[in-house]
Design a protein around this ligand. Structure first.
Ligand SMILES: [Mg+2]
Length: 257
């Protein structure tokens, strides 16, 4: 990631310019970007206003809308009520194309070992939450912030001993099989209909979104970080989920060219 690292900035970032729907593809993270963060992932559910926005946006973009999330595929479908066909799940590892084909790596035998180790730590601390995503397992410590050191140390040790990929996030550590990240998932969408030939735009908030920022900038697109986390490879910023909704609404509502 030498090239991507050169893009890192801690500077104040401007708000993004309005993108023309006619030649734009929108890639958007879910938690912390489209939906406000909650205490546990299960606390995030369907939302009528968000659903209506995504429907209008998808129509305005002629289908060039994909959700790029760390959640498992069926969990994204639960939150979005199966309304968005093009989805990358588990930070890019599993991808569903705009026409519903699922692209996923073969089964990963080392995840159950990692899950058992996470569960034994969680048995000693009821504030910890283990989330099994099948091809990945996450350990959430939002309700037990004092356990951060122990959680990160255990995850790093398991990543080394089991040969799994460590993904650190906002009050979560996660182990997943080696495979595509969010940036590679976005690049794969951009090689396919209906995305190919347009300018990509990616909005995200967490560390896992940095690969997506680097990917869209490499394709001449716009990388937009949500919130105050720095440094980042994004070149634009929006303050919060509400600002994301306003920005996407403006793309959806511009008059047809
Ligand atoms: Mg996020």
């Amino acid at each position: 990631m030498a090239e991507g690292s050169a893009l890192l900035t801690s500077a104040a970032l401007p708000e993004p310019p309005l993108a023309r729907a006619a030649d734009t593809a929108v890639f958007v993270d879910l938690d912390g970007t489209l939906a406000a963060l909650q205490i546990t992932p299960q606390d995030v559910g369907p939302d009528a206003r968000r659903r209506a926005l995504l429907q209008r946006l998808r129509a305005a973009l002629s289908g060039r809308l994909a959700v790029i999330s760390g959640r498992a595929l069926d969990d994204i479908d639960r939150v979005l009520e199966k309304d968005v066909p093009a989805v990358a799940a588990i930070h890019g590892l599993v991808r569903r194309t705009a026409w519903g084909e699922i692209v996923a790596p073969p089964g990963e035998g080392r995840i159950p070992q990692a899950r058992e180790a996470f569960e034994s730590l969680a048995r000693a601390d009821p504030g910890l939450l283990v989330e099994d995503k099948g091809a990945a397992v996450a350990l959430h410590y939002r309700r037990s912030p004092q356990a951060e050191g122990a959680c990160r140390e255990l995850a790093a040790r398991l990543a080394r001993s089991l040969g799994l990929k460590l993904q650190e996030g906002d009050h979560v550590v996660e182990l997943r099989a080696p495979g595509p990240d969010k940036g590679e998932a976005i690049a794969a969408f951009m090689r396919e209909a209906p995305f190919a030939g347009t300018q990509p735009l990616f909005l995200g908030d967490d560390f896992t979104d940095e690969s997506g920022f680097a990917a869209v900038r490499g394709m001449g697109g716009l990388a937009i970080i949500v919130g105050s986390r720095r440094p980042t490879r994004a070149q634009y910023a929006l303050s919060d989920v509400e600002a994301v909704h306003d920005f996407l609404s403006a793309i959806a509502e511009q008059p047809k060219a």
